[in-house]
Write a protein that binds this ligand. Structure first.
Ligand SMILES: Cc1cc2nc3c(=O)[nH]c(=O)nc-3n(C[C@H](O)[C@H](O)[C@H](O)COP(=O)(O)O)c2cc1C
Length: 203
């Protein structure tokens, strides 16, 4: 088991694989670049996510730091996100296909669960990254309209999130406001998330 698992201060109430509590979203990236094998193993993990009708609607558009596509992807993030994401090794846009041609149909039908399925793929990707000693950080704060233009995203695809990927760097190199937030977050109590038989939640 990788040492990274032992560093997490997060405690689960029930026995789960330490990968789940070890994954978190740092903003400090080191200079070390993610090589092809490491990057494609993330897409490989995502590939095995479950999806409605096995439609596999996730698509990943990536750019490496310094490549021609890099500024296109980074420039989509809002300015506060750009302040830390600029040091990532790879940026990925996760896009989902919103329609699906079912067996025997001539017209595509809507894929109701495209975002849910893309979310499952993102979770697989993030957990695989943790397992491999990489860090990931999802970015929802970005310009979706601009993304369609600069990434050439056609009709029938929905842009979900950007994902920053790399190796963890030194917290001290982050701007001070981010340094204060650079730690694994806790979670609400487990009992607030489940109910037997019917909806029974206060929020
Ligand atoms: C869909 C999504 C959008 C997010 N957008 C941002 C973002 O724009 N900027 C940011 O710094 N973090 C963003 N995050 C990271 C979350 O704030 C973070 O996952 C959450 O606080 C839980 O912390 P953890 O991932 O460290 O466990 C996003 C996460 C998700 C899943």
């Amino acid at each position: 088991m990788s040492n990274v698992y032992k560093l997490s201060p997060r405690q689960a109430d029930y026995d789960i694989h330490p990968l789940f509590t070890s994954r978190w979203s740092p903003r400090s990236f080191s200079d070390k670049q993610v090589d092809d094998d490491a990057l494609f193993s993330l897409f490989e993990a995502a590939r095995w996510a479950p999806s409605a009708n096995n439609s596999q609607p996730w698509r990943f558009i990536y750019a490496r730091n310094g490549s021609t596509g890099w500024s296109n992807l980074l420039g989509l993030a809002n300015l506060n996100n750009q302040r830390w994401a600029a040091s990532a090794s790879v940026l990925i846009a996760l896009v989902s296909k919103t329609t699906h041609l079912r067996n025997g149909d001539s017209e595509p039908s809507a894929l109701r669960n495209h975002s849910l399925d893309a979310g499952a793929a993102w979770a697989n990707l993030a957990l695989q990254a943790t397992h491999a000693g990489l860090i990931t950080h999802a970015i929802g704060g970005f310009d979706r309209e601009q993304a369609k233009v600069v990434l050439d995203i056609p009709e029938g695809f929905h842009i979900e999130i950007l994902i920053a990927v790399g190796y963890q760097g030194d917290r001290a190199e982050l701007p001070e406001d981010f340094q204060l937030r650079e730690q694994p977050t806790p979670r609400k109590p487990l009992a607030g998330f489940y109910a037997e038989g019917r909806f029974n939640f206060s929020e």
